[in-house]
Design a protein around this ligand. Structure first.
Ligand SMILES: [Zn+2]
Ligand SMILES: [Zn+2]
Ligand SMILES: [Zn+2]
Length: 343
C-alpha cells in the first residue's frame, strides 16, 4: 500500500481516524484510493482538498470507536449510510455477546484492506444489492464450537455464488493458531482469508465461461475435477510430495480452483507488499507497468530483506514461500486476467 500524509505533513496510517501529530480528522476515499485530512462543515458534511479539487463526504455509519471505528468515507452523492466496505457485509455474529463485538471489528479491519486492494487493482465487482443472484457479500457466522446457541454445527470459510462466508472465530488469534497447526499451514491471517475467497469470486466473474477458461485448465488443471472427492483425498492423504514444484502452497494442490484462489491471494499479497516497499524506498520498480519478470525479481529481493529483518528480531520468516517456474506462470496469468478486466 502507498504512504499517506496529513495536511500538516505528518505520515498517517491506513487504520488512523485522526492524525497523531496535529489531531485533525483523517479518512479514506476507497474509490479514489486516497487518504487525507478532513475539515468539518457543520451539517454532518466533511470536505477534503486535493490539489485544486475539494470533495465532500460523510462519515461511514460505523465511524464511532464504540462500533467499528471505520475510517472510510462516504461520498456526498452516495445515498448509502455505510461505506463501500461495510455495506458488503450481510450477516454479523450476535453483537449482544462481547466477544463478537471484537470479532466483527477485527474482521472488518482486514476486510477494509482487501476492499482497498480490490479498488486499487480496479477489479470490477457488483454488490449483492446490485445483483441479488451473484453479487458480492460477506456473512460472518459462528458455529456451535464457539456458541452452542447457533444452528450451524460447523461453519466453513468459503465462497458460493458471490457469498463469502467467514467463520467469525477466524478473528480469534488462538483459533487461527490452532487451525494453522492442524492444517499444517505456513501462513494464516484474516486478510489472507479475504484475499483467497475473493479469488473464488473473481474466478466466477472473470474466468468461468470466458475465453480464459481453457488456458486456465491448461495451466491450473481441469476445473471440473470432482471437488468433494479431491477434498476427501487431500484430508486423507495430504498434499502430493512434489507440491512445491507446482503450487504456491500445499493446500493449492488440493484442486485447480483452490490453486487459483491461493495463487490469486498470493498475487494481491505480493503487489500490496511491493507497493509498500516501493513507497518507503526499499526497492524501486514500476509495479503497474513494469515487465513482470522484473517485478518478480524485485519481489524476491524484497523477501530476502523481509526475512533477514525478521530473523534479526528473532522472528520466523515473514515470507516462508518458494516461487517455482510453474507458480511464476500462474502468477503471470493472474496478472494478465486482472489487467484485461480493466479494459
Ligand atoms: Zn496532521
Ligand atoms: Zn465503513
Ligand atoms: Zn478456497
Amino acid at each position: 500500500m502507498k504512504r499517506f500524509y496529513c495536511s500538516c505533513g505528518a505520515e498517517i496510517f491506513f487504520e488512523n481516524t485522526i492524525c497523531f501529530n496535529c489531531g485533525k480528522l483523517v479518512g479514506i476515499d476507497i474509490v479514489g484510493s486516497e487518504m487525507f485530512t478532513l475539515k468539518t462543515k457543520g451539517n454532518g458534511l466533511l470536505s477534503a482538498t486535493m490539489g485544486m479539487n475539494t470533495r465532500h463526504y460523510r462519515f461511514c455509519k460505523h465511524r464511532s470507536p464504540d462500533t467499528l471505528g471505520c475510517n472510510i468515507l462516504v461520498r456526498e452523492n452516495d445515498p448509502e449510510e455505510q461505506c463501500v466496505s461495510c455495506r458488503l457485509t450481510r450477516i454479523i455474529p450476535d453483537q449482544s455477546i462481547p466477544r463478537n463485538v471484537k470479532r466483527w471489528r477485527t474482521l472488518e479491519e482486514a476486510k477494509r484492506r482487501m476492499v482497498f486492494n480490490m479498488h486499487r487493482n480496479r477489479l470490477p465487482y457488483q454488490t449483492r444489492t446490485e445483483n441479488p443472484v451473484s453479487g458480492l457479500c460477506f456473512d460472518f457466522l459462528e458455529d456451535r464450537r464457539s456458541n452452542p446457541n447457533v444452528f450451524e454445527e460447523i461453519v466453513y470459510t468459503g465462497h458460493s455464488s458471490g457469498v463469502i462466508t467467514v467463520n467469525a472465530a477466524e478473528a480469534d488469534p488462538e483459533y487461527r493458531a490452532s487451525m494453522q497447526e492442524e492444517m499444517n499451514e505456513r501462513y494464516r491471517t484474516t486478510l489472507g482469508h479475504f484475499r483467497h475467497e475473493l479469488g473464488h469470486y473473481f474466478w466466477m466473474t472473470l474466468i468461468q465461461g470466458t475465453k480464459w477458461e481453457r488456458p486456465f485448465d491448461v495451466l491450473f488443471g481441469d476445473h471440473r475435477r470432482d471437488y468433494d472427492a479431491a477434498l476427501k483425498e487431500y484430508y486423507a492423504n495430504g498434499p502430493a510430495e512434489d507440491w512445491v514444484e507446482h503450487h504456491i502452497s500445499a493446500y493449492s494442490s488440493m484442486h485447480p480452483l483452490e490453486d487459483w484462489a491461493e495463487t490469486w491471494a498470493h498475487y494481491l499479497h505480493m503487489m500490496d507488499t511491493l507497493e509498500t516497499a516501493v513507497s518507503f524506498g526499499v526497492v524501486n520498480v514500476d509495479i503497474e507497468n513494469g515487465n513482470f519478470r522484473d517485478v518478480i525479481g524485485k519481489w524476491v529481493e524484497l523477501t530476502i530483506i523481509m526475512n533477514s529483518l525478521n530473523r534479526s528480531v528473532g522472528k520466523a520468516d515473514a515470507y516462508p514461500f518458494v516461487l517455482s517456474n510453474e507458480v511464476y506462470e500462474k502468477l503471470t496469468f493472474i496478472r494478465n486476467v486482472i489487467l484485461a478486466s480493466r479494459r
